[in-house]
Structures are given as C-alpha cells and as structure tokens.
Design a protein around this ligand. Structure first.
Ligand code: TMP
Ligand code: ASP
Length: 336
C-alpha cells in the first residue's frame, strides 16, 4: 500500500498571499513562517448542512481562542498563536496540518452517545481520546490510531505527542472552566508541524469546538445551542468570553502523566541475554523457537506544570544515559 494520505488539508497547499476560506475561518499565508487567521461570523453544523451568520461570533471565538491558547502556552503547550492583530484576526505560526482530529471526552455526549447507544451525561472513568479523519466529504469518520499511522495520516511519534498534549490540555482546561462554573464535556484539537518538525496545537479552541455545560446540569454554553436550537447562541458564547476574561493568572494544579520507554537492541546486534532465554525455552520444549531477544521497559510517573521543560529534560536523558544509541533503539509512549 502506498503511504500517501488520501485526505488533504486545503490550507497545506497555499502559496504566499493565497488564502483559503473555510466554514468558520479564513487562513492567509503571510510568509514562509506565518499565516493570518480570521474568524468569521458564520456558524455551521452537521458538516455544513445547517448554516447561519451571527454578528459578533467571529470576534468572540477569536478572543476565546486567544485567551485559551495564551493560557496553554504559559503552561508549556506549544500553540500556533503569535499575536492578535484586530478583533477577529490573529497571526499564527504556519503549520502543515495533520488531517486527523483529536477528540477528548470527559462525559458522554454527541456522536459518542449515538455510536454506542449510551445515555448522555455519563462521567467517563477516565478521559477517552478518539481520532477522526478530517473530511466533511467522508463525514469525519472515527479512525483507529494504528490505521491512521499505517495510512500515513500521522507518524507514531506525532500520535504519541498529540495524545500527551491532548490529555494535558484536558487537565489544564477542565480546571480553568471549573473556576467559572462550567464543565468541559468534550473538545476537538488539531495539530500541525512547523518547518523544524516541531508539533504545535493549531486551529482554534472555542465554543465551536467544545461542549461546555453549566456545572451540575446539561445546560449548553457552546455550539449545541445552535445545533439543537436551544436559545441564543451569541449569548452563550458571550457568557463564556466574559467569565474567562474575568480570570487572571489562574495556576492549575500540575497534571500527572506517565512516560513509558521501551528499549530494544537494534536488529543484527548479538543478544546474549536473548540467547539464554532461547536455550531455556528450548529445553522446556518450545522447539520451534527461532529467536528470543530481551529489552528494557522504563515507566516514569511525572507531575509537572511546565510540561515542555520536563519533556526536554527527559529527551536529553533518554539519549545520554538511558540508552546506548549505537546498539539500542527506543520507543516512547505517554499516558495519564
Ligand atoms: P462529536 O460528539 O460530534 O463527535 O464531537 C465531539 C467534540 O468535537 C465536540 O465538542 C464538538 C467537536 N467537534 C468539532 O469541533 N468539529 C467537528 O467537526 C466535530 C464532528 C466535532
Ligand atoms: N464542524 C462541523 C460543521 O461545521 C460539524 C459540527 O460542528 O456539527 O458542519
């Protein structure tokens, strides 16, 4: 199978000064490194089937995105946000976007409820990450991470880092919304890669891309107000914006996360320990055994507010004393 993604993100193929008008935003390429992101007043739902224009919506989403991206950036999550230009526009880092959406769910709602026949509003034992292919034409189908990697939509490293960031963002945002009496039910993230190969959180973070319920109820303060005709959508977004702008310098408690590192000898390197295991198993009667190789697992539990810093420290350690890069290879995975 050819590993060329069949799903293309239109903004990835723009030349300088070219722009792409999406459903809720316009992206224009400024130069090699930066783009302009303009938020529109348009609202769509159900893959663009339901449409409306609500005056002030672009402004509200631009401001909410700016507040949330600045908050996350301060906690060590790299986002594409650079600077606000006006009411509805900001400058952002130019990224090659991954054609996969990362959705985190804390409570059952939306397509999760429909897909598995659940009741709405169940608190999940732990946050669940789901990946979706970014394609309105295909109706954003759910995709297994291994399939997405196999099809070349993203690499395993990008998936692992995206997963870690998604869980950490969930932790940071849930605590922030809790401060203003809202429950973060679920949300969608999009990641992209800059020219140096660094993964950044891109797109937006607004009531268009998340579900927020008044604490202890299922009263929506997000796009469900529009999807399900539950009232005045602008009033809901204004409430979120007003309450978020009242908070300053909120310091969440540091999230905990796990780093699992597996270390194996490179193929072709003689494995003396593996040979011992092979002999023992053969003696026990496992005669068809052609090879046994032995590796190491290192599980680390970390608690850190500045995630990026602890990851950098770890990345250095990983090559300096945990592995011998001449004869060993390592694979990293993250969990919460
Ligand atoms: P879902 O329940 O429809 O799968 O949506 C989960 C979350 O992701 C919800 O907060 C809305 C958000 N979302 C988007 O931002 N864009 C989309 O295209 C979809 C389908 C969901
Ligand atoms: N984001 C999609 C749309 O704009 C789906 C949705 O939000 O319901 O159509």
């Amino acid at each position: 199978m050819q590993n060329t993604p069949s799903v293309q993100v239109p903004t990835n193929n723009l030349a300088q000064n070219e722009e792409y008008e999406g459903k809720a935003k316009i992206i224009r390429v400024l130069d090699e490194q930066t783009v302009l992101v303009k938020f529109k007043d348009d609202l769509t739902a159900f893959d663009g089937v339901k449409k409306a224009t609500k005056k002030g919506k672009g402004h509200l989403n631009a401001q909410i995105t700016k507040i949330l991206f600045s908050y996350l950036q301060d906690k060590g999550i790299p986002t594409h946000f650079l600077e606000q230009l006006d009411d509805t526009t900001f400058r952002a880092r130019k990224l090659r976007m991954i054609p996969v959406e990362f959705v985190i769910r804390n409570y059952s709602a939306g397509s999760f409820v429909r897909r598995y026949g659940l009741s709405k509003g169940m608190k999940l034992k732990k946050p669940i990450l789901e990946l979706f292919v970014k394609s309105d034409a295909l109706h954003d189908p759910l995709i297994d991470p291994n399939v997405a990697i196999e099809l070349g939509f993203l690499t395993r490293d990008e998936y692992e880092k995206g997963k870690l960031y998604s869980y950490l963002i969930n932790d940071f945002l849930s605590q922030l919304f809790d401060q203003i009496g809202l429950t973060l039910v679920d949300f969608k993230l999009e990641f992209g890669i800059d020219q140096e190969g660094t993964l950044y959180l891109g797109d937006e973070l607004s009531p268009d891309s998340m579900r927020l319920w008044k604490k202890g109820t299922q009263k929506s303060f997000d796009k469900d107000v529009f999807r399900e005709d539950k009232g005045e959508v602008i009033e809901a977004y204004e409430y979120v914006y007003r309450r978020l702008s009242e908070i300053n310098d909120f310091q969440p408690s540091p999230p905990e996360f796990m780093i699992n590192l597996s270390i194996r000898l490179k193929p072709g390197i003689v494995d003396a320990e593996g040979a011992v295991v092979k002999r023992a198993l053969t003696r026990l009667g496992l005669t068809q055994l052609s090879e046994a190789r032995v590796g190491k697992l290192i599980d680390l539990k970390l608690s850190a507010t500045n995630v990026l810093k602890s990851l950098e420290t770890f990345a250095v350690g990983r090559t300096e004393f945990l592995i011998n890069p001449l004869i060993e290879k390592s694979e990293i995975s993250f969990d919460v």
